[in-house]
Design a protein around this ligand. Structure first.
Ligand code: M6R
Length: 357
């Protein structure tokens, strides 16, 4: 039930802090140590490479998960769009572990890959919101998202839950391999929870941003580098699927290789600036598009902000920023769609769960 919320999407966006708390609760032991099923941590330890398979928003969560598995656990990781995997099957390593990320656990494209790799005898883990779903039943292992039912077609709380669960998996893998990542994950996730709530409390500001930048436009660009690039892809998907504004996410550095040709007077460009090592370069990109007439909306993180920024997100651990910046993009997309009288929860041509290949 929607309760007092106008739409399931808004309800689900608002539930994200509670979902984070639930994940923290479910993945720690009585001493506050990270806890996952031993069979899963052993499977990760045995693997020489991880292959993440997913579609849509879950694929975007996989892109963030790869950063955790590589940067924290030092496990080489590839992320593949499920529907492309069979045509562009990479040369597999000797001991691969497949991770399927799927909110519904029913996505046919992902299942086709699972059937294929099972035939070859490879191990698999499904990260899903639905216990007993097809992908959960058919994989060797399951990690649950604990996000509660997600009804709106646009995925919101499942994305942040997927990223949080992947961060836990990677931290456990690092611990098992005696790698000191210098991150005390659960307190960091608790900070994320507070930061998410702060943005949700600022929903009016998100509505203003949507009105100012997206009310008139036919297209919009999302740019970012590093972690912010992954979130830009997700932000653009969110906006396009519910508001029908043509939106594209790009790596800041790619603009000059073609996309900048599309910038006209007034084209909205939403830029994320949450990563210290690319702060200067993404701001350089903003200047480049502004010089061509773009209307830039910069969303930065506390500590990296500059006067020209449109909105400043609360500070969290740099690799966990996707959990926070995406909430701003979810709300901005929600209001942009609302302002256009779109059917937010049931956008045209889309189904919640895509059970055909
Ligand atoms: O249930 P799944 O996570 O496997 O679904 C994958 C995609 O179909 C899904 O994320 C889709 O992209 C959403 N509508 C995005 O909001």
């Amino acid at each position: 039930e929607k309760g007092t919320y106008a739409h399931f999407m808004l309800k689900e966006i608002n539930e994200q802090p509670a979902v984070m708390r639930k994940i923290i609760q479910n993945y720690q032991d009585d001493e506050g140590q990270l806890k996952i099923d031993r069979n899963i941590s052993e499977a990760v330890k045995e693997a020489d490479r991880v292959y993440i398979i997913a579609c849509g928003t879950s694929y975007h969560a996989g892109l963030v998960g790869k950063e955790y598995l590589e940067k924290w656990a030092q496990i080489p990781t590839e992320v593949h769009v499920a529907s492309e995997f069979s045509y562009n099957m990479p040369l597999l390593s000797e001991k691969p572990l497949f991770i399927f990320i799927s909110q519904s656990g029913e996505t046919a494209d992902s299942r086709a890959v699972l059937v294929n790799i099972k035939e070859k005898g490879y191990k698999s883990l499904t990260i899903t919101n639905v216990q007993g779903s097809t992908l959960s039943r058919e994989a060797n292992f399951t990690m649950l998202l604990h996000a509660g039912p997600e009804i709106a077609v646009a995925s919101t709380k499942a994305y942040t839950a997927q990223i949080a669960v992947l961060s836990i998996l990677a931290q456990v893998a690092a611990r098992d391999n005696n790698i000191d990542t210098n991150v005390d994950l659960m307190p960091e996730l608790a900070k994320v929870t507070t930061a998410m709530s702060a943005i949700i409390d600022d929903a009016d500001r998100m509505e203003e941003i949507a009105r100012e930048y997206l009310s008139e436009t036919r297209n919009a660009f999302f740019i970012g580098r590093s972690m912010d690039y992954h979130v830009s892809l997700e932000g653009s998907l969110k906006l396009k699927e519910i508001s029908y504004i043509q939106a594209e996410g790009f790596a800041g550095g790619e603009l000059k290789h073609g996309t900048i040709a599309l910038i006209e007077e007034g084209t909205p460009v939403l830029a994320l600036a949450t990563q210290e090592n690319v702060n200067l370069s993404i701001r350089g990109n903003v200047q480049e598009v502004e010089a061509r007439g773009a209307k830039a909306c910069i969303i930065s993180s506390e500590g990296l902000e500059k006067e020209e920024d449109t909105y400043v997100l609360p500070h969290v651990h740099e690799l966990l920023t996707p959990l926070v910046s995406v909430v701003a993009y979810q709300l901005i997309s929600y209001y942009a769609a609302l302002h256009r009288d779109c059917d937010v929860d049931k956008p045209r041509n889309l189904a919640k769960s895509v059970t055909v290949e």
